[in-house]
Ligand binder design. Structure first.
Ligand code: B12
Length: 459
């Protein structure tokens, strides 16, 4: 079969003023450019396990309207999308069906709402695609696609993970490549819409498989920048120490999303730095201890870490690894004072990078279920608002408008050129003071400018 693997790969913000600001604020623009060039690892992974008899094409679809030209000669359209672009993904699916091309859809959004997706697609894959992809292909070839495949309850064993087909990418179009080492996260935050949506079980890919993926990437890109696309990298420190010891000889630079506990392990931080870590994104969530209470479903781990926030950030940055501190605005205890508190925290801790997002109720999350019960979802079904920058719920101690306005003002202050440069030079100054200036680090591990913006990421 001729299969089109179609990634809905746009970056979305509905709020027109925020969009306008995003286009002018340098800090915002730089980061958008960096992250917008990530390929769909989900589809590349499925491509990697597609039998050779099929002809596969990887297609990026940053936007779709009725006038967008699309490849017509497909025998199966396999579409991947997150919530924000799902409306366009459904419209694309319906267009293909009108052309007589069968459509299969997958991803966290359709996993949460399979019936909704089945209104536009022939088949919907729930959960991890690897578990049923070959069955979908066989059924499609035989003309007997079922409406639903897979489930969240039948997890895929990552020891059987296929090699993603990185060779489908045009190397000149991608400045960073994703590698996944794990799925799920022990913290179980109420709002999380990441791979915890696909599988309830935390699991890791064997180290040798991860290294094999990096080696494959190195056959295509000379100096790749890797983004570990885990919900929470470094949960298993022994696993990571083993992996990191094998990285320096591969001379890659990399970025990961994690929690604050890395800051407490000096050996891990040394290994991270020596192996090319440029930046870590850390879900700090709130500058206020009390806001962290009840954030996680199982324990109050982040609340208990709060007294160590400042020290951990300092220790990580003192290792030459930039911290991208991530805050969620609009948590139930947040009032209009939260915006100044986030700004002051960033200033006080000299965070190299700051990411602020608005609390977002993604369908399928415990947060969505609770807010729905409490009658606090605004315009239910407006999935295009699931951007992390638009307000799709009624905050407890502010109006939706106050949250949106306060957020925009904070964004302007945080990404202001002067403040951004001040934070970055503070980071470099501290490193120089310790004799770990740019040249030293560059010489040590070819990692280049520590924490440079191209090393950033997130979302
Ligand atoms: C890389 C990334 C991106 C890349 C995406 C590249 C791409 N086209 O996939 C870019 C930068 C473009 C991006 C954009 C956005 N992102 Co993003 N992104 C990520 C990130 C960091 C990693 C995702 C990843 O690679 N996962 C690993 C792969 C293997 O998993 P997967 O894609 O889910 O695929 C598996 C299954 O879902 C399934 N599957 C998926 N697709 C299909 C299709 C078929 C046919 C089948 C059978 C199976 C299948 O099988 C796969 C293998 O098991 C995550 C955060 C994280 N740490 O996970 C956020 C994340 C996915 N992004 C998020 C968001 C909000 C956005 C944006 C809205 C941001 C914005 N304001 O623009 C946009 C959304 C655009 C859209 N299409 O809707 C949210 C999504 C939440 C949700 N449930 O919708 C996440 C979870 C981050 C968060 N903080 O909440 N993102």
């Amino acid at each position: 079969m001729r299969i089109g693997l179609i990634a809905m790969s746009g970056i979305r913000v509905c709020d027109a003023e925020l969009l306008r600001l995003g286009l002018t604020l340098p800090g915002f623009v730089e980061r958008s450019k960096t992250i917008a060039s990530l390929p769909s690892l989900g589809l590349l992974t499925l491509a990697g396990m597609t039998p050779d008899e099929h002809d596969i094409r990887y297609i990026e679809m940053p936007e779709f309207t009725r006038s967008t030209s699309i490849p017509q000669d497909l025998e199966l359209a396999a579409i991947s999308s997150y919530s924000a672009q799902i409306g366009e993904a459904y419209a694309l699916a319906r267009t293909y069906r009108e052309l007589g091309v069968p459509v299969v859809m997958g991803g966290p959004h359709v996993t949460a709402l399979p019936e909704e997706a089945a209104g536009s697609a022939d088949a919907v894959v729930i959960g991890e695609g690897e578990a049923c992809w070959t069955e979908v292909l066989a059924d499609c070839a035989a003309g007997r696609l079922r409406r639903f495949y897979g489930s969240r309850e039948s997890p895929f064993d990552l020891a059987r993970a296929p090699m993603p087909a990185f060779e489908l990418l045009d190397p000149s179009q991608y400045n960073r490549i994703t590698v996944q080492t794990s799925r799920g996260c022990p913290h179980q935050c109420e709002f999380c819409g990441s791979s915890v949506m696909l599988t309830g079980k935390y699991k890791q890919k064997p180290v040798e498989k991860v290294l094999a993926e990096i080696d494959r990437i190195l056959t295509i890109w000379d100096h790749p920048f890797l983004e570990f696309a885990d919900d929470n990298t470094f949960v298993d420190r022994q696993y990571w120490k083993e992996l990191l010891r094998a990285l320096p000889e591969r001379r890659v630079r990399w970025f990961a999303e994690t929690d604050l506990s890395v800051g407490m392990d000096g050996e891990l931080l040394d290994l991270m730095r020596q192996s090319g870590c440029a930046q870590v994104l850390i879900g700090l969530e709130s500058p206020t201890a009390e806001r962290l209470r009840g954030l996680e479903l199982r324990s109050d781990w982040k609340r208990r870490q709060w007294p160590h926030y400042r020290e951990a950030i300092r220790r990580i940055q003192d290792h030459g690894i930039a911290v991208n501190g991530c805050f969620v605005l609009g948590l139930d205890g947040d009032d209009a004072g939260v915006f100044d508190r986030v700004f002051s925290f960033a200033e006080e801790t000299e965070l190299y990078e700051v990411q602020v997002t608005i609390l977002t109720a993604f369908p399928g999350t415990p947060l969505y279920a609770r807010l729905k019960r409490e009658g606090r979802i605004v315009e239910d079904g407006r999935w295009d608002k699931c951007t992390l920058f638009d307000v799709n719920f009624r905050p407890a101690r502010m109006s939706p408008e106050e949250l949106a306005e306060g957020f925009k003002k904070l964004v302007v202050k945080l990404y202001d050129d002067e403040f951004t440069n001040w934070r970055r030079s503070a980071f470099r100054r501290r490193l120089r003071a310790q004799g770990k200036g740019k040249e030293t680090i560059h010489h040590e591990n070819q990692a280049g400018d520590p924490g440079a913006v191209s090393g950033g990421g997130g979302l």
